[in-house]
Ligand binder design. Structure first.
Ligand code: XLS
Ligand code: NI
Ligand code: NI
Length: 436
């Protein structure tokens, strides 16, 4: 049975096509910088938004029309959704998907029951992966929806809740391994605080670090080779999330000896909420050799919450791809559309428009970034700007061969520094515009 009967497999038809259900820029086998587009972009569909999003918001009821949903959270419905998901992803030519345990399977009355239900769904997912060749980019555990996690999970004041979360993550890592997942994500959920009067922040952070070490120990013990990724976010649902931004997460990773264990999954809307650009967040992560994967979406500069819109801004995708290409791609990570259609876009076809738009926007960003890199414009500008460090006193400082006294002697002799150059920001922005 087909759940999207009117939709054919989405094909690359080029920029001049009149077909709304075609790719204009995403051409999976096209070679960019020596690699296939599909290998550089590694697009993933987010199970939660695309197959579980209902359009509910704090002001109103669900709006989405999903003919395959029977209105229950039953195992049958979950099994049927697997068919829906794989038909959708096959038609979209999406090579990967991502999920939380509770997106794919309903929770049972006990942990044992939940695990058994999860196993049933995973068996079907595994069969569908085999049939279609679609792979799991990452798995994760939902440690925030169930009321038991009201005070957090790995940072809960309730040790039993911590233990439950540990058991849930243990199982989630095991099913991610079973499905050949390339990564495992830790997004902080309710790990943060609303008020310091009732919070032992130091103790909570110690517990969170211990949790990640225990997860790593377990992954090692079962031979799970996927990359662990922490996903920074500054606020929502708590006032202050512990994994605030890339720099905060890197500091946490270093403070608690998690280098080499955890990299980062950087999300656009979270960067916006932190008051950063996505390019800044990506660069901070990449410079630390910790940019593992991205959650591709976009927020709204006028709104202070995680709107998770599909990315369509070519400047944004170009900036992302400039950083990603500079580090040679994202694999084993990828570009996961952690994005949802608007509440008013309630028809199944809107899911296709949304993903096609995001994939085309990233494919365009990739081609533009590759063209900028090919001409070497930015590289030349940066090289020229820092040329005083390539020889003379600059080189001495970088090599650690100059003390403060040496620098004083140098300047006393020279009298005044060489004059500064213009930063040329406006010219550079004009040059970038020529590529768009
Ligand atoms: C929420 C996060 C979440 C993670 C996965 O804001 O983006 O969706 O990506 O738990
Ligand atoms: Ni995310
Ligand atoms: Ni988010």
């Amino acid at each position: 049975m087909a759940y999207f009967p009117d939709i054919e497999r989405i094909q690359f038809e080029g920029p001049t096509t009149k077909n709304d259900l075609a790719f204009r820029h995403y051409n999976p086998d096209e070679i960019v910088e020596g690699k296939k587009m599909k290998e550089l972009l590694r697009f993933a569909v987010a199970y939660w938004h695309t197959f579980r999003g209902t359009g509910v918001d704090p002001f109103g009821a669900p709006t989405m029309q999903r003919p395959w949903e029977d209105g229950t959270d039953s195992v049958d419905n979950a099994l049927r959704r697997v068919d829906v998901a794989f038909e959708f992803m096959e038609k979209l030519q999406a090579p990967f998907y991502c999920f939380h345990d509770r997106d794919i399977a309903p929770e049972g009355a006990t942990l044992a029951e939940s695990n058994a239900i999860l196993d049933r769904i995973v068996e079907k997912l595994k069969a569908e992966q085999k049939r279609t060749g679609i792979k799991l980019l990452w798995g994760t555990a939902n440690l925030f929806s169930n009321p038991r996690y009201m005070h957090g999970a790995a940072t809960s004041c309730n040790a039993d809740v911590y233990a439950f979360a540990a058991a849930q993550v243990k199982k989630a890592i095991e099913v991610t391994k079973e499905l050949g997942g390339a990564n495992y994500v830790f997004w902080g959920g309710r790990e943060g605080y609303h008020n310091l009067y009732n919070t032992d922040m130091r103790r909570e952070l110690d517990h969170l670090a211990k949790f990640l070490h225990l997860a790593h120990d377990h992954a090692k013990s079962i031979g799970f080779k996927g990359q662990f990724l922490i996903e920074p976010k500054p606020k929502e649902p708590t006032k202050h999330q512990y994994d605030f931004d890339s720099a905060t997460c890197l500091n946490f990773i270093r403070q608690y000896g998690l280098e080499g264990i955890c990299k980062l999954n950087v999300e656009t809307n979270h960067a916006t909420l932190a008051g950063h650009t996505m390019m800044h967040e990506l660069q901070v992560a990449s410079d630390a050799d910790a940019l593992g994967s991205i959650d591709a979406n976009t927020g709204d500069l006028m709104l202070g919450w995680d709107t998770d819109q599909f990315p369509t801004d070519i400047y944004l995708t170009t900036q992302c791809m400039l950083v990603i290409l500079a580090q040679g791609g994202l694999a084993p990570g990828g570009v996961n559309f952690d994005a949802k259609v608007r509440r008013e876009s309630f028809e199944p076809v809107d899911l296709f428009h949304a993903h096609i738009g995001g994939m085309d926007a990233f494919a365009r960003g990739l081609k533009i970034a590759a063209a900028i890199r090919k001409d070497g414009v930015l590289k030349d500008i940066v090289k020229h700007r820092y040329r005083s460090w390539d020889g003379g006193i600059g080189k001495k400082i970088e090599k650690g061969k100059a003390s403060f006294a040496d620098l004083e002697a140098y300047m006393l002799k020279k009298g005044n520094p060489d004059p500064n150059d213009s930063g040329r920001q406006e010219l550079i922005e004009n040059i970038i515009n020529r590529y768009l």
